[in-house]
Write a protein that binds this ligand. Structure first.
Ligand code: SAM
Length: 293
C-alpha cells in the first residue's frame, strides 16, 4: 500500500462502496457555501432512516437542494433522555444522522449528550467531517495555529465576560471565539482592555459572498468596530501572549519603575496594557515586589 496520502488510486480499496452500517453519524454541513457539502455527507444523508436536526426548516432547505426527503426529528442538548433513547433505538438497527444548522455538529452546537449516550450504549458512532468556522477562520488568519484554544461564545454580561477573559488570557495559545456582529464592539473593547496590544483577526461571512478578514491589534480592532456594527457571522481570533513582551523586554523592570510613583493597582493596570500581559498576573507581581519578595 502506498504511504502517499495523495495517491488516491492506491488508497481506493480502503473506502469500500458498501451500504452504510447502522449507527449514529455526525455529519458536517456547509457554513455558507453549499458547494462545500462533501460527497460522503450526501451519501450519509441519503442513507439516513432519521435525521436529527436543530431546525427542520434549515435542514429541510438543504435536503430539498440535494433532492432528498428523509424523516427529520428535532434534537437539542436540552432534549429529554427519552428523546435521546428514541433516536438511539433507531440507531441500533438503522442509520441516524445528526446535523446542525451549519458546520460541524457539537462545535458550539447540540450533540454532545447524544454522542456520549450512544457510545455508552455500545452504538457505533462515526462522522462525515467537513466545514467548521473555527478551523476555516484559523486557516486564513495568519496567526499561529500550532496551539489554539477554542472558547466558543464569550458570556454577554460584562462581569462574566471579564472573568472568562481573565481565565484564558494567559494561556500560551491562539484564542478563538465565535461572536455576533451586535456584540463584536463590546467584546473587542473588553479584550483590548484585558489583553492589550495582542494581534487579532475578525473573520466574517466565511465562504460567502461578502467574506472579509480584518487584522490588527486588539485596540485597533476595538476602535474600528466601536461604532460600526458588522453584519453576518463572525469568528474572532486573538494571537498568543508573549510576543509583545519579547519585543519590549521584561515587564518587571518597568513595573518596578512604575511602583516608584504609582499604587500597585494602577501600576499593574498600566504595565499590563503596555506589555500585553494579564493584569492579575502583573498585580500579583507588584504586590510581591512591594512586600520585598
Ligand atoms: N457548528 C458550527 C461550526 O462548526 O462552525 C458553529 C455553530 S455556532 C452556533 C454559529 C457561529 O459560528 C456563528 O455565530 C459564528 O460565530 C460562527 N460562524 C458560522 N458560520 C460562519 C461563517 N460563515 N463565517 C464566520 N463565522 C461563522
Amino acid at each position: 500500500m502506498s504511504s502517499n496520502p495523495y495517491d488516491f488510486a492506491a488508497s481506493e480499496p480502503e473506502i469500500p462502496a458498501k451500504a452504510i452500517d447502522s449507527g449514529l453519524y455526525i455529519v458536517a454541513t456547509p457554513i455558507g457555501n453549499l458547494a462545500d457539502m462533501s460527497q460522503r455527507a450526501i451519501e450519509m444523508l441519503r442513507a439516513a432512516d432519521l435525521i436529527a436536526v436543530e431546525d427542520s426548516r434549515v435542514t429541510g432547505k438543504l435536503l430539498h437542494h440535494l433532492g432528498l426527503k428523509n424523516r427529520m426529528r428535532p434534537y437539542h442538548d436540552h432534549s429529554s433522555e427519552a428523546d435521546r433513547d428514541a433516536l438511539l433505538a433507531v440507531a441500533r438497527e438503522g442509520v441516524v444522522v445528526l446535523v446542525s444548522d451549519a458546520g460541524t455538529p457539537l462545535i458550539s452546537d447540540p450533540g454532545y449528550k447524544l454522542v456520549r449516550a450512544a457510545r455508552e450504549a455500545g452504538i457505533a458512532v462515526s462522522t462525515a467531517p467537513g466545514a467548521s468556522a473555527v478551523i476555516a477562520a484559523l486557516s486564513i488568519s495568519g496567526l499561529p495555529t500550532d496551539r489554539f484554544l477554542f472558547a466558543g461564545f464569550l458570556p454577554s454580561k460584562a462581569r462574566a465576560r471579564s472573568d472568562a477573559i481573565a481565565e484564558i488570557g494567559n494561556v500560551k495559545s491562539t484564542l478563538v471565539f465565535y461572536e455576533s456582529g451586535q456584540r463584536l464592539g463590546a467584546t473587542l473593547a473588553a479584550l483590548a482592555d484585558q489583553l492589550s496590544g495582542r494581534e487579532a483577526v475578525v473573520a466574517r461571512e466565511l465562504t460567502k459572498k461578502f467574506e472579509e478578514v480584518v487584522s490588527g491589534t486588539l485596540p485597533e480592532l476595538a476602535e474600528r468596530y466601536a461604532e460600526a456594527e458588522p453584519k453576518g457571522e463572525i469568528v474572532l481570533i486573538v494571537g498568543p501572549p508573549g510576543e509583545v513582551q519579547a519585543e519590549q523586554g521584561d515587564y518587571v523592570s518597568a513595573l518596578k519603575d512604575a511602583l516608584e510613583t504609582l499604587p500597585p493597582a494602577k501600576a499593574a493596570k498600566d504595565i499590563a496594557k503596555r506589555f500585553g500581559v494579564d493584569r492579575a498576573e502583573v498585580y500579583e507581581r507588584a504586590m510581591a515586589l512591594k512586600s520585598g519578595a
